[in-house]
Design a binder for this molecule. Structure first.
Ligand code: ZN
Length: 320
């Protein structure tokens, strides 16, 4: 299978900004483009192939035509496509939410659970995330806070800056604050239990639904201890510096900063996703060649072998 260059599904939301169009160059007519789904086989927003024999098809159509082997040995026994990668532009804050783990999600929603990780790409001064609760609490007290409109008093709010990494296991209460643009890697799932939406109304006056009972079934009410640094230290490889951002049973997320040339490999275990965060360059693999520029998303099939990256580039590399 050829290496695929992907075009994202762009999604609107009440809290979205305009930077995905004006800064990142994604084409959309939406008034508040909030998310670009850069690597997606999810039916709610599939990525589309831009190049080669599958041009115009969705990524899932290309994978189905080639066979599941292109996902790698780590994925042949998993249901569906394993991950979803997005850019999220939060001009306004997102609702406070929680996602279920695999067991609950498969039983109740017939979907994957959702563990996710965020790399902060842009943050206005004073911007913050909600990350868990700020003191251990129990389900009765938590429900009472939701009912009384006092939930904000128990949320753990953390100021963030560009380069911070938030790892969000299923069950962690979380929200992206206003003025933040992130890259997100998550399990491929669209199951979100909204706990609190700041009493915001859609343009037609409606409130978005909350999912209090399900959220209480899955939420972890202990205080999180993990910090916001990358998981690993920078490691020089060729002309690049690679930093492990986050790893878990579902994905491994690495920042690659390159000035020059670096060789890498797509082995039999997993496909490789590359998202260009900054700069320009190119990808060469045998007789295949792809130019790379900010915002591009590339799918390298498992077992493709050696490839070379050249240029001044910052990339988000994800493997499963
Ligand atoms: Zn989430």
């Amino acid at each position: 299978m050829e290496i695929l260059s992907l075009s994202p599904a762009v999604k609107r939301a009440i809290w979205g900004g305009d930077r995905l169009r004006t800064v990142w160059g994604y084409e959309t007519d939406l008034d508040r483009p909030a998310e670009s789904w850069l690597l997606s086989c999810h039916p709610a927003g599939p990525s589309t192939v831009k190049n080669g024999v599958y041009a115009g098809k969705t990524l899932i159509e290309a994978i189905e035509a080639e066979g599941i082997g292109v996902l790698g040995t780590h994925n042949v026994d998993k249901p569906g496509f394993p991950i979803l990668i997005k850019l999220i532009d939060a001009k306004d804050k997102l609702s406070v939410q929680v996602h279920p783990g695999d067991d609950y999600a498969r039983r109740v929603e017939n979907e994957n659970g959702k563990t996710e990780a965020w790399l902060v790409l842009e943050a206005e001064p004073g911007a913050e995330l909600v990350y868990g609760v700020n003191a251990k609490t129990d389900r009765r007290a938590f429900r009472r806070h939701i009912k009384n409109g006092t939930l904000e008093t128990v949320l753990n709010r953390v100021p963030v800056k560009a380069g911070d990494v938030a790892f969000i296991p299923a069950g962690t209460l979380h929200a992206i604050g206003a003025g933040i643009l992130i890259a997100e890697v998550q399990q491929s799932s669209n199951t979100t239990y909204r706990v609190y939406d700041y009493n915001r109304r859609e343009p037609d006056g409606s409130l978005r639904p909350l999912h209090i009972d399900k959220a209480l079934d899955v939420v972890d009410l202990t205080v999180p201890t993990r910090g916001f640094q990358p998981e690993g230290e920078p490691v020089p490889v060729g002309d690049a510096e690679k930093t492990l951002l986050a790893s878990c049973p579902f994905f491994t997320m690495t920042n690659v900063s390159l000035e020059g040339t670096v060789d890498d490999v797509s082995d039999e275990t997993s496909f490789v996703s590359l998202v260009v965060l900054e700069g320009e360059g190119e990808l060469e693999c045998g007789d295949e060649f792809l130019p790379l520029r900010k915002g591009d998303s590339v799918f390298i099939p498992a077992g493709k072998g050696d490839y070379t990256l050249t240029g001044n580039l910052r990339l988000l590399e994800t493997r499963t």
